[in-house]
Write a protein that binds this ligand. Sequence first.
Ligand SMILES: C[S@@+](CC[C@H](N)C(=O)[O-])C[C@H]1O[C@@H](n2cnc3c(N)ncnc32)[C@H](O)[C@@H]1O
Length: 323
Amino acid sequence: MQLPSDLRAAIETVTGRSSLPALRDAAAAVSARYRGKARVDAAIKSEVEARAYLGARFPATYAAAHEVLAQTARVRGDFTPRNLLDIGAGPGTVALAALAVWPEIGTISLLEPNPYLRRAGQVIFEALGLAGRVQWIEKPVQSAELPEADIVTAGYMMNEIIRDDEIEALTAKIWQATRGLLVMIEPGTPEGNAIILRIRAVLLQQGAQMVAPCPHRAECPLIGTPAWCHFSTRVERSKLHRSLKDGAVLGYEDEKFSYVALGRVAAGLPAHRVIGYPAGAKIVLLQLCNEDGTASTAQIAKSHPQYKTCRKLDWGDALDEAL
Ligand SMILES: C[S@@+](CC[C@H](N)C(=O)[O-])C[C@H]1O[C@@H](n2cnc3c(N)ncnc32)[C@H](O)[C@@H]1O
């Protein structure tokens, strides 16, 4: 995907306030702190680092959020949120993706303790003419009183919670604020997926209804296998994005993510979810998670009644009818 042009322009309004060499240094410093150091020193420490985050990371996390929310909206076509709470909002990435999927969202609460990311986000929402709909909450999720919202989101946030043993309690707190849907996204690594599995377990135990990506509420069938549940989305790299990423020669980036979406009411789940890149042409090979809680590889020959539908499926897509 390519970011909407008005959003790209808004980002350039912010990133253009620092020189390219300063943005490059800041992007390198942030990515060195992130590399292999989950939970340590991940915070953005200056305005220029926040701008570098916008250039180097925002496009990919926006694309992942957009894909997650579009898949969620596909399962819950009846859902029309009027307000949103985004936790660990950064510059408002997930909220902006949510507005693209559900333009009917009227009021937006963005919980973000980091002042530099908040400031960058404020400039973006102003540039997009959306500032009047946004309320910023400046506290960390642990101490904040969370306003209730129809949809609550958190993108790439739990892996920054310093105390790992807080994840279950924070998930329960966030669910309390959720009137309709809760959507949590983490990096598409084994560690990110492990956090998603913990969030999923807490919420199912609290009576939440599965929406996506799982077509069932049983235990994840990939547990105990070398695979883990994650997805991928391709985002076009802008010139700035390329120049901030060391050695980035490709015009696009594939962002891997894990996620879970659960709701207050039961959803009509699909029969299957595609959990890897489809392969083959005459015979389509699909890695699937199934409604009976199993994972399998399906071989769909040209003679299969659903062959045409299956040929068009991508990693992450759902298939409503059982194969
Ligand atoms: C990797 S950034 C993701 C930002 C945004 N959600 C996105 O997807 O681009 C993680 C965010 O979580 C925020 N964060 C870290 N600890 C937090 C806490 N205890 N409460 C709320 N937010 C927190 C950080 O300030 C940062 O904005």
